[in-house]
Design a protein around this ligand. Sequence first.
Ligand code: ADP
Ligand code: MG
Length: 196
Amino acid sequence: MLEIKSLCKDYDFAVLRDVNITLPDTGFVGIIGESGSGKSTLLKCIGLLESITCGEIIYDDISLTAISSLKRDKIRGRIFSYIPQEPSLIEDESVDKGLSYFCEDSARRREVLEMLKIQDKAQELARNLSGGERGRVAIAIALLRGAPVFLCDEITSGLDEDNARLVYRLLKDISAQRLVICVGHDAKLLRAFCDR
Ligand code: ADP
Ligand code: MG
């Protein structure tokens, strides 16, 4: 269970005020809101990539905000995979080579690429991929890393509706076994997929 309690985040001004959310271990959660409303900030705070001004983030009864920053740095990657809008990939290496840094088991890599329907891109250089394929490679990395919580920040932006649907469909499938929190600009489409 992931609990966000009385979360506040200030930059020079208040971005998030008293955010309270309790989420189960699996499911597909959508976050929608106007540009500049603080969606990315919220995802980064949840994923321990941004410090918070007040409040608490609790995962499986462990307060992630109360522990030392050293411990937090260690724990972050074991719980969260943050998937940004524009994933950084090693452009001059093949998709499979890029994935091999996260998983040495080639059969497992193939399995994940097949699940994401990009097995035919395994030997393609990352720089030759389309936006939708890049997003799916980023999801593949997250799957291979094995973190139980995926934080997806507008990963369908720049995709046409068919590709956005495909990515959401895959995330929906993944959310049967993990918690997927997804920020989207395409509110109508995202709503069609999320449980909450
Ligand atoms: P959204 O993702 O909903 O478009 P953001 O979370 O990126 O919104 O930003 C929320 C507000 O916080 C915006 O006004 C933005 O300019 C501001 N902001 C975001 N990141 C920073 C930062 N690192 N320093 C200062 N202000 C920031
Ligand atoms: Mg954003």
